[in-house]
Design a protein. Sequence first.
Length: 395
Amino acid sequence: MVAIETDVNRPYVPADGATLTATVDVEPGTGSGSRERHILLCLDTSGSMDGAKLDQAREGASWVFGLLEPDDYVGIVAFDSDAEVVMRPQRWGDTAREDAMHRVEQLGAGGGTDMYDGLDSARTALDSLGYRPETDDAVRRVLLLSDGKDNSHEPADFRELAADIDGSGIRILSAGIGTDYEEETIRTLGTTARGEWTHLESPGDIESFFGEAVEQAQSVVATEASLELDAAAGVEVGEVYRALPQAQEVDVNWSGNTATVPLPDLAEREDQRVVLKVHAPAREDLGDHSLVDVTLTASGERASDRIAAEYTDDNAALAEHNEGVSLDHRQTVVRTELGRGNVAAAETEVEKMTRIHGEDTAVVEEAQRQTRLVSEGGRNERENATRIVDDSRLE
């Protein structure tokens, strides 16, 4: 059973109003593990992939085949100057592994990079299975691997395509490898389509990327997840971020007083968190008031909670502060900016954290460490910075 829990940094606010930081924690619950997986490997086979990278992509595909169940579906699209459907999505139980491997082994590298056509072909191939997001619950994934820049499309061009793919119930897990790929494109694809983006340091990482993505898809307990925010009159909501599993800013479109925050598919043992700013307006009547009603919807299940505060003139109560919620928000902003490579913006946020919370706070120390690593490092450090690390990995 899915569940949500809200918290605020200021449980008490004055009569003239205040701005709060809020968190919404999503607990995915458990599932039967019986959902079909629809996996589409979308592989860059341009000339720059020749050699070790393409060899490892073939090994990664073989690894995926070994993780599939009979009722899963798998397909392959390759793209260089053009896109080609190498294997249309088909039920794995009806597929000869030798035939699938033969198709993979026949992949060659050459030509330019038309990633846009590759993704569009991947979406069309998966849609041929007749999936309907409003009624079906298969776990649908495009696993994109590329080491280059699209020859005719800019990163912004991929946002609309990724949104359309997401609307088809497909999550994109995008990976860039090497030094010449367009990082903004890889990031846009992963965030817009409620998936994830990653940097692969070496060809040897390709197999792990494919394997972990397919295994994670097996642990999904609910698809088409979203939070509905229903704000009370006069309440303003802004700065909405997905904090877990990967820091990503969310563009929220409002219709009246309500908005929907799309979430990645819910997976067992993978809690999600959304952080946001909420402005509580001035009120004449003191006491407890709901600011935002929050409803989680996922695979037909629903869970509700509210973001609330108590209006008071008690100075002792007004001084209460839940520092952890404030730190969650600041840390998520830092991680998002570092993922974008915006070190200066991250440093500004770290300075605010340090000034307000002190240098000796563990979260502040981690934000300082990650900012230093990204400033001195490269793409691997930027991608790592978007994820929470456990204490055993801290320096």
